[in-house]
Design a binder for this molecule. Sequence first.
Ligand SMILES: *[C@@H]1O[C@H](CO)[C@@H](O)[C@H](O)[C@H]1NC(C)=O
Ligand SMILES: *[C@@H]1O[C@H](CO)[C@@H](O)[C@H](O)[C@H]1NC(C)=O
Ligand SMILES: *[C@@H]1O[C@H](CO)[C@@H](O)[C@H](O)[C@H]1NC(C)=O
Ligand SMILES: *[C@@H]1O[C@H](CO)[C@@H](O)[C@H](O)[C@H]1NC(C)=O
Ligand SMILES: *[C@@H]1O[C@H](CO)[C@@H](O)[C@H](O)[C@H]1NC(C)=O
Ligand SMILES: *[C@@H]1O[C@H](CO)[C@@H](O)[C@H](O)[C@H]1NC(C)=O
Ligand SMILES: *[C@@H]1O[C@H](CO)[C@@H](O)[C@H](O)[C@H]1NC(C)=O
Ligand SMILES: *[C@@H]1O[C@H](CO)[C@@H](O)[C@H](O)[C@H]1NC(C)=O
Length: 604
Amino acid sequence: MFVESVVRWGLWSILLQFGLGVSAGGCTPRCLCRPEAKEVICSGKHLNSVPEALSSDARRLDLSRNRIKTVGRRQFSGLVKLQELDLSDNIISMIEVEAFLGLQNLRTLRIKNNRLKIIPVGVFSGLSSLNFLDLSQNEILVFLDYTFKEMVNLQTLEAGENDLVFISQRAFFGLQNLQELNLDRSNLTSIPTEALSQLQSLTRLRMLRLTISTLPNNAFRKLQHLRSLLITNWPALDTIAGNSLIGLNLTSLVISSCNLSAVPYSALRHLVYLRFLDLSYNPITVIQGNLLGDLLRLQELHLAGGSLLRIEPGAFRGLAYFRMLNVTSNQLTTLEESAFHSVGNLQVLRLDGNPLACDCRLLWVFRRRVRLNFDGHQPTCSSPDTVRQREFKDFLEKELPRVFTCRPARIMHRRPQEERVEEGTTVLFSCKADGDPSPSITWISSHKNVISPAGRIRVLPNGTLEVRFAQVQDSGTYQCLASNAAGNDTLTVSLYVKGLPRNRNMSLFTEEGLVEPSNTQAANSSAQMAKPYPFDAKTLIIATTMGFLSFLSSVAICFVFMFFWSQSKGQIKHTATIDFVPRSSMGGGGGDGGDGGRFTMKLI
Ligand SMILES: *[C@@H]1O[C@H](CO)[C@@H](O)[C@H](O)[C@H]1NC(C)=O
Ligand SMILES: *[C@@H]1O[C@H](CO)[C@@H](O)[C@H](O)[C@H]1NC(C)=O
Ligand SMILES: *[C@@H]1O[C@H](CO)[C@@H](O)[C@H](O)[C@H]1NC(C)=O
Ligand SMILES: *[C@@H]1O[C@H](CO)[C@@H](O)[C@H](O)[C@H]1NC(C)=O
Ligand SMILES: *[C@@H]1O[C@H](CO)[C@@H](O)[C@H](O)[C@H]1NC(C)=O
Ligand SMILES: *[C@@H]1O[C@H](CO)[C@@H](O)[C@H](O)[C@H]1NC(C)=O
Ligand SMILES: *[C@@H]1O[C@H](CO)[C@@H](O)[C@H](O)[C@H]1NC(C)=O
Ligand SMILES: *[C@@H]1O[C@H](CO)[C@@H](O)[C@H](O)[C@H]1NC(C)=O
């Protein structure tokens, strides 16, 4: 039986090779013709040129993997029924104008992996039925105006992996039905905005491996049917302008393996139909709270392989359909339930590959570990040490009272802190807190402002509050707030700053605390020119804020003015009282006193 079938098969294949090949009228000797399928297959036959006398009712012609160098004018003119032509993997460097004329039924044309450098206008004449065109892996440098002008039915254009440096503004003219365009790995230095704006039906645009560093405003205008934009492997891309995606109504956006250091919140804001967002492999460190809420329909966010340290509370607030978060391989220590609109909708969570602290903040994940789909990758604890390297599924329910717990924040070494100092001193108030996870320290002034880590009054990295060159108006109470996921603790300290002695009292202490003297009084000082510093501290501060230069030049103008004035009067004055108004030019005479200051001096 077996031998018989082998023999039969052998005969059949010999027949195929010779009998059929020869019997099909018009089949070139080196090709394999399948009349029943109306195919002519000449793939890998060492052909140097397109064979002559091809069967006129062929629907498919495969000339791939040969050594064809050129395609001449009207080369395929007899093949009116041809629907598919494959010229891939040859060494074609030249296609003459009107080469494909007569192929009015051609649907698919593949010229992938050849040596084309230029495509003269008119090469694609007559291809009005063409649906799919693959020009990838050539050496094309530019697309000239009107190159594709007659291809009204073209739906997919593969133009990737060329040396494209330029796409002329009207290159895509006529491609009114193009839906998919791939421009992978080209040498473009900017987005071909003008050319793309001709593609009014485009729904998918893919651009891999470009060296562009910025997506400028209005980069994709007029592409109102675009639904999917894929930008991947642009190692230099670090700027996405706020209005760069304006005009688009995307459902899927991928900007991965680029150099983004932040989520481009403002560029995304108007994409209210977006369902899929992938920002993986970008050095993004944080997903901020309450900034993605406009993406009402977002279902999936991928930010794998980034540099995420934090996902803030409220990060996904407003996203009622959010069902997949993929943040594998980042630097997250935790992911709090408060980040989500509702964790009830979350189905897939990739949290593996992060140095997770298994405390009360991750209890919600642990509780849902059976229902949640971890995509085959269980989250693993990194700390505390007792549970290091354990996967979530390894924990038993009865261990719960000991694991995934927190200790509320508690301020240590509590003692009343009250400082009474003179103006100009530097004061430190310490606030050290203990808890698990380790608490964050915030200082709040008596005016309920949160004190920042920079400035004259600042919070040092160890949580200590530092008031440098204390001013009278710094007096008051300050509150230290230590908080972590399990609770918070506060400590209040007081500071009294006494003004330095003056000609008259600068400040008054009353029962309520400090009362600032009014400016008019404070600015009154009767210093003499003879003294080395004729201005008091306040005047100096005002002078500094106006900028010394403008202050001095104003004073100089006053001097000059007064000099001429006294000359014109014919008598010499030896003293003068000068009023000055801070922040307004005194060139006009300095006569109006107002809220400014005044000093008396001798004229020489
Ligand atoms: C395009 O870029 C590639 C890789 O950077 C380079 O090798 C090639 O020479 C460039 N081509 C042109 C025409 O600039
Ligand atoms: C990515 O950005 C960083 C700074 O943000 C820069 O130092 C680095 O050179 C950039 N990488 C590339 C490939 O441009
Ligand atoms: C945006 O896209 C969605 C989904 O494809 C569609 O339902 C909606 O009508 C579009 N909106 C506009 C203004 O084109
Ligand atoms: C999450 O991202 C990783 C890395 O990109 C990918 O391999 C994985 O398939 C993604 N998971 C899901 C569920 O999409
Ligand atoms: C905090 O740091 C400052 C300066 O680095 C130091 O002077 C101070 O003693 C520190 N306080 C505590 C409580 O460690
Ligand atoms: C501090 O804790 C209390 C009770 O736990 C809570 O109501 C309050 O909002 C917390 N304050 C802050 C700033 O976290
Ligand atoms: C001014 O200060 C002195 C002591 O420095 C004090 O005796 C006097 O009462 C103060 N004057 C007013 C108006 O408060
Ligand atoms: C301001 O200075 C003038 C003299 O230069 C003096 O007569 C006046 O009493 C002072 N006013 C106050 C509030 O000190």
